[in-house]
Design a binder for this molecule. Structure first.
Ligand code: NAP
Length: 218
């Protein structure tokens, strides 16, 4: 599949490298084509890897992944272009963390709102699925780094899009029973988990941990 990965931080290269290793044709997007990190990634990832600006990457992709800074994601997706996102599954991994008041970051908005929902509202023709935002990027693409039956959440209004994302997650190594659908506004809860994730990261001194959901059989 042709996939556009928006973002040159830690998540973009981790996701893009995994996708190339699975045989996908991946273009990494940045604010400006020729971004130093994107060029280095494309050279290292080799065949099936290319780079460009956000619009280049989004138009390239049959599926698009948002790995941009959460407080800038609407701006980045605006640069990617509404038409380049229309009708496509858009996986949103970003968290709306506001670092402007120092550490630890706060959530720019929450409770009755989420970035996933704001993206869906701003780009109604895109098929937005919030996923993978509750774990470190290395765990996203290599779930066996964490032992046990830990979970990945998917949220959004489009059941067909969530099904496609679940298939992609399965190809990353996520067993289907550990892919948990949280429904339409599930992005709220997953984004509001971030303060706890940051707290745990500080205490555990490793990013190799995740949520396990244990329920009594009904
Ligand atoms: N790090 C993790 O393991 C992890 C885990 C879960 C979720 N997340 C979430 O995933 C997202 C990416 O995280 P990250 O650590 O990889 O990178 P990041 O530093 O949060 O974001 C880097 C990307 O955001 C873009 N960006 C920054 N400011 C922008 C602006 N004003 N307008 C447009 N684009 C802008 C950058 O564009 P350029 O390429 O042009 O510089 C770059 O591509 C974040 O939302 C984060 O909360 C991260």
């Amino acid at each position: 599949m042709r996939i556009g990965v928006l973002g040159t931080g830690m998540v973009g290269p981790a996701i893009a490298t995994k996708l190339v290793s699975l045989g996908h044709d991946v273009r990494m997007g940045s604010r400006e084509a020729g971004n130093e990190k994107a060029v280095a990634w494309a050279a290292e990832a080799g065949e099936g890897a290319s780079e460009g600006n956000f619009a280049d990457a989004a138009s390239h992709g049959e599926l698009v992944v948002n790995c941009t800074a959460g407080v800038a994601s609407l701006e980045a997706l605006g640069a990617a272009g509404e038409d380049n996102l229309a009708g496509k599954v858009l996986i949103d991994i970003a968290n709306p963390l506001d670092f402007s008041h120092g550490m630890p970051p706060t959530l720019a908005f929450c409770n009755d709102d989420s970035l996933g929902e704001r993206i869906q509202a701003a780009f109604p023709a895109a098929r937005v699925v919030k996923a993978l935002n509750t774990m470190n990027c290395q765990v996203m693409v290599e779930p066996t780094r964490v032992p046990g039956d830990h979970a990945v959440f998917i949220s959004g209004e489009d059941d067909g899009a969530k099904h496609e994302v679940a298939e992609l997650l399965a190809s990353f190594g996520w067993p289907s029973e550990r892919i948990v659908d949280l429904g339409g506004s599930g992005a709220r809860g997953t984004e509001m988990y971030l303060p706890l994730w940051l707290n745990l990261y500080g205490q555990l001194q490793t990013g190799d941990f995740n949520i396990s959901v244990l329920a009594a059989k009904s």
